[in-house]
Design a binder for this molecule. Structure first.
Ligand SMILES: O=P(O)(O)OC[C@H]1O[C@H](OP(=O)(O)OP(=O)(O)O)[C@H](O)[C@@H]1O
Ligand SMILES: NC(=O)CC[C@H](N)C(=O)O
Ligand SMILES: [Mg+2]
Length: 506
């Protein structure tokens, strides 16, 4: 996952983009970048780091223009520590195009050689997003019938792009002197929505929270396979560009990735998490009688809605037993296992009185590598807990994800090839309770809108739980090829500033 945003306005957009990216910071903490456009000229600034570290006043002043786009990156392909691979990406022909991408192409490898041998285009990084931009540029070139570019030609180009790309992609691009082009893969795996401001501005973003927090009113989600073009008068043109599009949003967005105050494809993330707590309650009672649980403690941050609902239904007190240091980022999306482990202890500290001589049920939204749960269970024991039970609002994560969540190696997953009892022993808890896959899907589905006109859900992209890959082109060979191109991390590369208080000075 990454966070992406694009905006057309009647006033300078640099601050708007910055603010929207802060609202999407939970989706990517490795790099950030903005491009603005003034007449035909692009202005870009991108670097490794969080938004508030990457953009200083002098950088903001150098981003003029009333149309622009930005991204916060969480790498899933290429080199996590290369500044070159921070987004946006730029190509000068045709017209000049910049692009930001959330997702992961599963055929980037084949496309890269095709681009070179057939399209005669050069890519200079390992990033799949650079490949995507070059495919788009090539198809726009082929579809173009002159200057200025016809909107119908842009849509023809997106049709061709859909035919060539596999995998997940929510894309915002900007064509110099023309406008913003936005599209979503035919399964709508990664989210993308559109809103407007009272003064005629248009914003597109990964999550509705970015629109609302920037003074825009949510209008609709971009449909799977659809392309939307926002011209320089702020007019919105749209066309369905994939013949068999069908909505299969990534279920992990609802479990962990997205902010709870966002609504994705009509589904409230918060409501989905409450529902997950409800179905989890049924599993808990069949394993541990509520009378044997003294207190329910969420593992901050993302598990809170599910834990609240679970405690309410079991009639057991809900207590905040861990306090989060808000200056440490999300540990799951940190590259490198050593830094993740260190961060769990730096991020969470116990309130010992909530654990002493009690039977505690810890609740997390998901257990992926098991790093968080193992540390937390030990911390609860060190604080004097009698029994430590652990519940996960999501089912075991058993399969690699190839659609933009960095869990591509099955060996990294604590649940891969292990029984629940084996996982319990590794985590070190007295009982381990997982949601089941169908219950999870039902719980999130239950939060889907019943309103007429809502886009029907074809299903969920839930491959990391059920091993079913919606794009149908994923086999063991494809997964190991992608592993070869997953973000490379040297522990010595770890950016220590991410574990400390950021410097707010100019
Ligand atoms: O099994 P693991 O590999 O440790 O991954 C799972 C943990 O990572 C996430 O928390 P994170 O700290 O990233 O973010 P949060 O504060 O939003 O919960 C998630 O909520 C789990 O707690
Ligand atoms: N998480 C994402 O959406 C990543 C986008 C792109 N695949 C990259 O690695 O930069
Ligand atoms: Mg967590």
């Amino acid at each position: 996952m990454c966070g992406i945003v694009g905006v057309f306005s009647n006033a300078p957009v640099n601050q708007l983009l910055y603010d929207a990216m802060l609202l999407l910071q939970h989706r990517g903490q490795d790099a950030a970048g903005i491009v603005t456009m003034l007449e035909r000229k692009f202005f870009m600034h991108k670097a490794k780091g969080m938004v508030r570290d990457v953009f200083r006043t002098r950088n903001m002043r150098a981003l003029p223009g009333t149309t622009g786009l930005g991204q916060v990156r969480y790498p899933t392909a290429g080199n996590a520590y290369s500044e070159e691979e921070a987004q946006p990406f730029y190509v000068n022909a045709p017209f000049g195009i910049v692009l930001v991408h959330n997702g992961n192409l599963t055929n980037a490898h084949a496309l890269r050689s095709e681009l070179f041998s057939t399209d005669h285009r050069h890519t200079n990084t390992e990033s799949d997003s650079e490949v995507l931009l070059n495919v788009l540029a090539h198809e726009i070139e082929r579809a173009t019938r002159g200057v200025p570019l016809h909107i119908q030609d842009i849509f023809t180009a997106v049709e061709a792009v859909h035919r060539r790309l596999r995998g997940s992609y929510a894309v915002i691009s900007m064509i110099a002197g023309h406008g913003l082009l936005v599209f979503r893969d035919p399964y709508g795996i990664r989210p993308l929505c559109l809103g407007r401001s009272a003064d005629g501005g248009v914003m597109v973003a990964s999550e509705s929270v970015a629109l609302e927090g920037s003074g825009f009113t949510f209008e609709r989600d971009v449909l799977p396979g659809e392309a939307v073009f926002i011209d320089l008068q702020g007019q919105v043109h749209a066309r369905q560009c994939a013949p068999d599009a069908s909505l299969h949003p990534c279920i992990f967005e609802f479990v962990y990735l997205a902010r709870p105050d966002s609504t994705l494809d009509g589904i409230s993330v918060y409501q989905a998490r409450l529902n997950l707590g409800e179905t989890l309650a049924q599993r808990v009672v069949s394993t541990v009688p509520p009378s044997e649980i003294d207190v329910i403690v969420p593992i901050p941050e993302s598990s809170r809605p599910s834990a609240t609902q679970l405690a309410h239904l079991l009639g057991v007190p809900y207590r905040e037993g861990f306090v989060k240091n808000r200056y440490v980022g999300r540990t799951f999306i940190m590259p490198g296992q050593a830094v993740r482990k260190k961060s769990v202890r730096q991020k969470l500290n116990v309130i010992a009185s909530e654990f002493k001589d009690r039977n505690v049920l810890l609740v997390d939204d998901s257990i992926v590598r098991g790093t968080t749960s193992r540390e937390i269970v030990q911390m609860a024991r060190d604080a004097g807990a009698r029994k430590v039970y652990m519940a996960s609002a999501a089912p075991p994560v058993r399969f690699p994800n190839v659609y933009g969540i960095d869990m591509p190696t099955k060996d990294e997953l604590v649940a891969h090839g292990r029984t629940i009892e084996e996982i319990r022993q590794i985590i070190g808890c007295d009982a381990l309770i997982y949601q089941d896959v169908d219950a999870m899907k039902r719980a999130v589905m239950k939060a889907a809108p019943k309103t007429p006109g809502a886009v029907p859900l074809g299903g969920f992209e839930a491959s990391c739980f059920d091993g079913v890959y919606v794009t149908g082109d994923i086999d063991t060979e494809a997964i190991s090829r992608m592993n070869g191109n997953r973000p490379r991390i040297e522990e010595t590369d770890i950016d220590a500033s991410r574990l400390t208080l950021p410097n707010h000075s100019e």
